[in-house]
Design a protein around this ligand. Sequence first.
Ligand code: PEP
Length: 251
Amino acid sequence: MRKPFIAGNWKMNNTREAAKALVNALVPLVADVETVEMAVAPTFTCLQDVAELLRGTRIELSAQNISYAAKGAYTGEISADMLKDVGCTHAIIGHSERRQFFGETDEGVARRVRAALDNDIVPIVCIGESLAERESGKTFDVVLGQLVNGLASVKREEAARVVVAYEPVWAIGTGKTATPDQAQEVHAAIRAKLNELFGAEVGEAMRIQYGGSVKASNAKELLGQKDIDGALVGGASLVAEDFAAIIKAAI
Ligand code: PEP
C-alpha cells in the first residue's frame, strides 16, 4: 500500500511571522493524522523558523528548489547540504513555474534529482503539460518525456524514494482542475512508465501526487483514483483549515 502524501507549496508567499502563524494554525489541526504523510514547502527565508515549529510534529519540511551543485561559485543557489542543515527532508524539483520563468530544463531537473538523492533528500519531481500541448494531443509525449529525462540518473534501488508530482500547467493556480478521470489517465501512464523504468515492484511502490487547483472540495474524488497517491497543493496550502481539510480527505 502506498501511503498518501500531501505537500503544500507556499511558493513566494509569507514572511517569517506569517509563516510561523500558518504553521502554528496547521499543527493542531492535523496532530492526530497518522496515515497520511504531510509536508510544507516554505520559502528559503522561512525554513529555519518553520523547522523549529515542526519539530516533534509529523509534518515534514520541504524546500521549493535545490541546487545541483554541492558548493562554491553559484550565486543565489542553495545546496542540498544547506537544506539538510536547516532540517529539510524534501525538495520540490522542476516545478512548472521554475521551468516557465527561470529556464529550468529536464537536464537541470535530472541534476537536481541526483543532488537530492545523494544527500538523502526526497525529490518531489514535477511534470506536466501546458494547455497548448494538451490541446494538440501531446500530453503523454510531454509528460512521459519529462519523466524519463528528469529521472535519467535514478537507479532502480533508489527510485522508491522519489515522489512524482503530475501537475498539468493549465490547472496550476487557475482554478481549473483536471477531472478525476483526466488525472487518473495520465497517472496510469506515468505508473506504467515507472514500472517499465524500474520494474513493477518499484514502480508500484512509488508515489505520484496530483497538483493543480486542489481544494478541500475536490480532493476526495481526486485522491480516490487508483494511481493518485497524494497532492501537491499551492494556493489552498496557504490557509491552514483548507490544507488540513485536504490532508484529511486523504485518510
Ligand atoms: C502548485 O504550485 O504546485 C500548485 C498545484 O498550485 P495550485 O494548487 O495553486 O494550483
